[in-house]
Design a protein around this ligand. Structure first.
Ligand SMILES: [Zn+2]
Length: 75
């Protein structure tokens, strides 16, 4: 399994990636890792919004955010 380093801005969006596809084809708006990460962030944000709405007692937000990030990087 190859892992690439993603650059994430303060809004949680991937702005760069260290993979060859991103390096050699930088004319493209993003590589598959960046779009996959953004998709995971969107899903995580949706999930957390729903969870906060339906169960405000849960507070494992940092853990789930880290979990989503590792999933996004792990391919
Ligand atoms: Zn990439």
């Amino acid at each position: 399994m190859t892992k690439y380093f993603l650059t994430i801005d303060s809004d949680g969006h991937a702005t760069n990636c260290s993979c060859p596809d991103r390096t050699y084809r930088s004319y493209k708006p993003c590589c598959k890792h960046m779009s996959a990460f953004d998709a995971e962030v969107q899903r995580a944000a949706t999930f957390q919004a729903l969870r906060q709405r339906f169960d405000i007692r849960l507070n494992g937000q940092e853990d789930s955010r880290r979990c989503y990030r590792e999933m996004a990087l792990g391919f």
